[in-house]
Design a protein around this ligand. Structure first.
Ligand code: PEP
Ligand code: MN
Length: 337
């Protein structure tokens, strides 16, 4: 349930409402907007059903929320959430692009990639040190050595780091080397890991599961937020359909859906979303036109020798071209890049 306070409600009115809710054994979540304050109520359904607050001074109305997710919901928090990573704002006016190879392969490879993507305007360096590969015989990543390379390359050129976490026991190590922790599609419903990430101080990039509905995805974000970490960024990366020409079907309608249902930022991954480098540029352009807050794109200095996902990796010159196109689209969308 949410309780919408009147624009004229005083702080004392709000405190009274909060007290009444908490005395009933429920928790509250306050969203203070420019005009009105919204008090979100979280807890046992039966207790909420018995809660009577409409008569309290300063209350405009109470609205029952039927969805299970609450903290991620725009009803609870009408204004867009902006996530600040050392001054880089995700979800604000400026679009944020994260780029780099699928996997960290060597320091030379990462430094070359980092230098080029930075020059084109990327703000984050991506690269997997722990790779969740479909086959156990494929390259599994350089693990901690990869994390060190990623950090070093990013620091040398002045980028932030986003990298995938695959095991909740790795959280302290991952926090040491990265600025955003990425939950991959295969772990979107790894609930133990989501709960543990709820206790992390780092923002979480939550990729959509291979076959996850929007509602399952929102609930996965709710797990992280319910644990106390309110810094969640969604990432649409394609879902499994009957189509085989593309690796996945990039669901750009998810951008509009998430914007409607949640206040959290959403970015798009056109690389995994299509699996074909030829389609990355058009889908990236479309994602920004659809309202995404940014992109995460695989860029490899030499895709033909990449140890993973070479087929969907852009060459740096194509990435540079794309960034110029995005600048123009951003302007139409009232945003900057
Ligand atoms: C990745 O970003 O490297 C990755 C493995 O993506 P996903 O989890 O979306 O497959
Ligand atoms: Mn990849």
């Amino acid at each position: 349930m949410i309780i919408v306070m009147k624009p004229t409600a005083t702080q004392e009115n709000i405190n009274n409402v909060v007290r009444k809710i908490e005395n009933a054994g429920l928790r509250t979540h306050l969203s203070t907007g420019e005009e009105v304050t919204i008090v979100g109520v979280i807890g046992d359904k039966k207790l909420i059903a018995n809660l009577e607050v409409n008569m309290l001074e300063g209350v405009d109305k109470s609205v029952r929320i039927t969805e299970k997710y609450k903290l991620v919901s725009r009803d609870f928090h009408p204004a867009d959430t902006i996530i600040d990573v050392d001054g880089i704002k995700i979800g604000g006016e400026e679009l944020v692009v994260m780029a780099g190879p699928c996997a960290v392969e060597s320091l030379d490879q990462l430094l070359e990639a980092a230098t080029l993507v930075k020059k084109s305007g990327a703000k984050f360096l991506r690269g997997g040190a722990y790779k969740p590969r479909t086959s156990p015989y494929d390259f599994q990543g350089l693990e901690e050595k990869g994390l060190k390379i990623l950090r070093q390359a990013a620091d040398e050129v002045g980028l932030k780091v986003v990298t995938e976490i695959v095991d909740k026991d790795d959280i302290p190590r991952m926090e040491e080397y990265s600025d955003i922790l990425q939950v991959g599609a295969r772990n979107m419903q790894n609930f133990q890991m989501l709960k543990a990430l709820g206790r992390s101080k780092k923002p979480i990039l939550l990729k959509r599961g291979l076959s996850a509905t929007i509602s399952e995805w929102l609930n996965a974000a709710e797990y992280i937020m319910a644990g106390g970490n309110e810094q969640v960024i969604f990432c649409e990366r394609g879902i499994r359909t009957y189509e085989t020409f593309t690796r996945n079907t990039l669901d750009l309608s998810a951008v509009a859906a998430i914007k409607e249902l949640s206040h959290l930022p959403i970015i798009v991954d056109p690389s995994h979303g299509t699996g074909r480098w030829q389609m990355v540029q058009p889908m990236a352009r479309a994602a920004i036109a659809a309202g995404a807050d940014g992109l995460i794109i695989e860029v490899h200095p030499h895709p033909e020798v990449a140890l993973s996902d070479g087929n969907q990796s852009l060459k740096p010159k194509n990435f540079d071209r794309l960034m110029k196109d995005l600048e123009a689209i951003a302007k139409i969308m009232g945003r900057t890049l």
